[in-house]
Design a protein around this ligand. Structure first.
Ligand SMILES: Nc1nc2c(c(=O)[nH]1)N(C=O)[C@@H](CNc1ccc(C(=O)N[C@@H](CCC(=O)O)C(=O)O)cc1)CN2
Ligand SMILES: Nc1ncnc2c1ncn2[C@@H]1O[C@H](COP(=O)(O)OP(=O)(O)OP(=O)(O)O)[C@@H](O)[C@H]1O
Length: 210
């Protein structure tokens, strides 16, 4: 693939294909996959304690639905937040969320908390339209998560969540793309950094074997 115009066109087509596939899933299939993701994500977050604030999202277009987990984490005393597009082509702002807080429609009519305080999540759970084994994520094309993760000062731990049908060989990463630290699907947890190091070691092991 040559250059960004070609990659951008390819991403646009892949996005459309993956979204159509996801939206066509029978509800029971989606629910089964959601139910498989929730305990994996919960265990992963528990292993990372102490956590202060977790940035989630309000699902749309057939994304993994994190709301049952959000309620459970809230009851367990964690602080939660939801993304708000405050300005086009700027990082997302996260606003505190708790069960029952009034919501208003944001961009694309995705509900956002009405007027709660802006907070800085130390973990971001990001929905995936597509992903690759190196942890790169394909979203809706706004670049919002890339900008949010690329913005100083402290980079939150980034966890991508999606279904296996979103797996791609490569998303043709560009300089602006920020890889996820972890990716969770109903079937596996990818740790791109660690997996790459393991592949490297195996390769070396092969070469060094007497
Ligand atoms: N559930 C959920 N909430 C979320 C996100 C998400 O991915 N999932 N976001 C994660 O980012 C933010 C909203 N994302 C957006 C991404 C793109 C555009 C947008 O305007 N897209 C252009 C197309 C861009 C292009 O293809 O060049 C458009 O529709 O015209 C708007 C919002 C915040 N909330
Ligand atoms: N840090 C950044 N600074 C400037 N432009 C950026 C930055 N990150 C992304 N962009 C721009 O935003 C667009 C993002 O396209 P890309 O295909 O990477 O989106 P995406 O990762 O699918 O979107 P999203 O993160 O909103 O789900 C590109 O036009 C890119 O040039």
């Amino acid at each position: 693939m040559q250059g960004w115009p070609e990659v951008r066109a390819w991403r646009k087509a892949e996005r459309a294909r993956l979204l159509a596939q996801r939206l066509a899933l029978p509800r029971a299939q989606r629910e089964a996959w959601n139910d498989a993701i929730t305990p994996r994500l919960a265990a992963l977050l528990r292993a990372r304690e102490p956590l202060r604030t977790i940035g989630f999202y309000w699902p749309f277009k057939g994304e993994y639905d994190p709301r049952p987990l959000m309620r459970a984490l809230h009851d367990a005393g964690l602080r939660l937040a939801l993304p708000v597009v405050v300005e086009r082509a700027k990082p997302l702002v996260f606003r505190a969320w708790w069960p029952g807080i009034p919501m208003v429609p944001g961009v694309w009519n995705i509900p956002v908390p009405a007027g709660s305080a802006a907070v800085r999540p130390d973990v971001l759970v990001a929905p995936l339209v597509g992903f690759d084994a190196r942890g790169y994520r394909l979203g809706y094309g706004g670049g919002y998560y890339d900008r949010t993760l690329g913005a100083p000062p402290a980079r939150p731990l980034a966890i991508g969540v999606g279904f296996e049908l979103a797996a791609l060989g490569t998303i043709h990463p560009q300089p602006h793309d920020v890889p996820m630290d972890l990716i969770i699907t109903p079937e596996r947890t990818l740790r791109p950094e660690r997996d790459a190091a393991a592949r490297e070691r195996e390769g070396m092991g092969e070469a060094c074997r007497e």
